[in-house]
Design a protein around this ligand. Structure first.
Ligand code: ADP
Ligand code: ADP
Length: 236
């Protein structure tokens, strides 16, 4: 069964303006429940525009987006619920870390969901553990963390919401090989242990080949290929 279904999705920045850009051009595909999907393609091909549609941050110019079979824009008043169903980890975690302590920061999402303090704290500790952050780190300021720890705290903040789909945009960008490996193998373990659907955006063929079950190749706003990792790399 599909968890996300994209149907004839077109997205145009500045529609009707002389400098309008068609970032996504009539694309259709489905993401299967529980899979680890890699999304790859050159800079400017539409990866960020695509993933910000998954939780309703962007609204299609044309076409539809379904989550668990529901057209998410059928009632725009209900769009907020999809922010919790599909957890997005942005490329630059600085945008997501803004509380005084790491504990508060990771708890931001679950607090927003209206969970009790006790449940929030339980989820924070669990998410931090998943991301390899020990309890002492939770009392520190997010600004004191290393680059790798910041990434892990940003991921923990999203998984603390227990989203149905975890979407990560270049979660290891700018880290050294050891840091990359640590982040990506933690994401993989999370996927294996919780069965959560994961979408990993990267322009590293190597990372995608190593971690993804299927690969979506975007090119100039179109789906160039969508196949199992083995088939995609057999062709490359
Ligand atoms: P990627 O994430 O693959 O680098 P993007 O989704 O960021 O691609 O960009 C897709 C296209 O949309 C590019 O041509 C880019 O220049 C354009 N674009 C992205 N964001 C904006 C924006 N805010 N305003 C206008 N054009 C944009
Ligand atoms: P519940 O979520 O109601 O506790 P589940 O059967 O969904 O029950 O999960 C069992 C345990 O697995 C949870 O208590 C939690 O520790 C862990 N777990 C499940 N899903 C997630 C998730 N998305 N993120 C982190 N931990 C999870």
């Amino acid at each position: 069964a599909s968890v996300i279904k994209v149907e004839h999705l077109t997205y145009i920045y500045g529609e009707g303006m002389p400098d309008a850009t068609t970032a996504l051009d009539d694309i259709s595909f489905e993401i299967e429940k529980g899979e680890f999907l890699g999304v790859i393609g050159p800079t400017g091909c539409g990866k960020s525009t695509l993933i910000t549609h998954f939780n309703g941050l962007n609204r299609p110019t044309r076409g539809k987006l379904y989550i668990d079979g529901e057209d998410i824009w059928a009632d725009p008043k209900k769009i907020r619920q999809y922010r919790f169903k599909v957890g997005l980890v942005f490329q630059y975690p600085e945008y997501q870390l803004f509380e005084e302590t790491v504990r508060k920061d990771i708890g931001f999402g679950p607090r927003n969901m209206g969970l009790s303090d006790e449940e929030v704290d339980q989820r924070v500790v669990e998410a931090a553990r998943f991301c390899g952050l020990d309890e002492a780190v939770l009392e520190r300021s997010p600004f004191e963390l290393s680059g790798g720890q910041k990434r892990r705290a940003a991921i923990a903040g999203v998984i603390a919401m227990r989203p149905e789909v975890l979407v990560l945009d270049e979660p290891a960008a700018g880290l050294d090989p050891e840091g990359r490996e640590m982040i990506l193998s933690q994401v993989k373990r999370y996927h294996r242990e919780t069965g959560t659907t994961v979408v990993l955006v990267s322009h590293s063929m190597e990372d995608i080949a190593k971690y993804a079950d299927r690969v979506l190749v975007l090119q100039a706003g179109k789906v160039a290929m969508l196949d199992t990792t083995a088939n995609i790399f057999a062709r490359a």
